[in-house]
Design a protein around this ligand. Structure first.
Ligand code: IMP
Length: 192
């Protein structure tokens, strides 16, 4: 089965291809010649995931899925959450976002956090959702160079290394996105 993953983020595309293996062929937006920025205008992960997938399905008529992920930090009342990509303002880098989180958590002992991913799939015009989450905490400094986003400051529960220090292979076995993708794969397997 051929599916479009509605993202411009090459790192996320690589992660998803890595997790999916040879179950399905995944194209991203660049592969189908879609260069527009699809604005995330809702205030939920589910809403944003759906609007990206729906945009592609409506415009290109191709079965498509999209994901939206948020980092939720307990001591910050769930922030940055749905605003994870632009927490430090727009435009901002991964470094800016991490620095803002580290600054806000300075001196705070409750560093509990979780990553949540929602995948929206549009298959033959029907909508389906798959979720994954992982608990952990925010470190006091950045550790590791792999991955992207907040990976250098997220320590998954039960591990002694951040996502960025664990590296792609180990991250992709346990991550929020991996969990949601496995649910997607299981579902798609029942469809063909
Ligand atoms: P997106 O909307 O799914 O692209 O995710 C929003 C933001 O959350 C990204 O810009 C990253 O900063 C962050 N993010 C998403 N997934 C991950 C991850 O697996 N590790 C670290 N940060 C992530």
């Amino acid at each position: 089965m051929n599916l479009v993953f509605a993202t411009h983020n090459q790192h996320k595309t690589d992660e998803i291809r890595h997790i999916i293996g040879n179950h399905f062929t995944i194209q991203n937006l660049k592969d189908i010649g879609c260069f527009e920025e699809i604005e995330e205008t809702t205030n939920t992960l589910q809403g944003n995931a759906l609007l990206k997938a729906q945009y592609v399905f409506n415009k290109y008529g191709i079965n498509c899925f999209s994901d939206d992920t948020g980092l939720e930090i307990e001591a910050l009342n769930g922030a940055p959450g749905v605003f994870s990509a632009r927490y430090a303002g727009e435009p901002c880098s991964f470094e800016d976002n991490m620095n803002k989180v580290l600054k806000e958590l300075k001196g705070i002992t409750n560093r509990k956090a979780s990553f949540k991913t929602v995948i929206a799939l549009i298959l033959d015009g029907n909508q389906y959702f798959f979720e994954g989450a992982i608990e952990g905490c925010i470190t006091t400094e950045k550790m590791g160079i792999a991955g992207f986003g907040y990976d250098p400051i997220f320590l998954p529960q039960g591990y002694s290394k951040t996502f960025a220090a664990l590296g792609d292979d180990d991250k992709n076995k346990i991550s929020h996105r991996a969990m949601a993708v496995h649910k997607l794969i299981n579902f798609l397997s029942t469809q063909s």
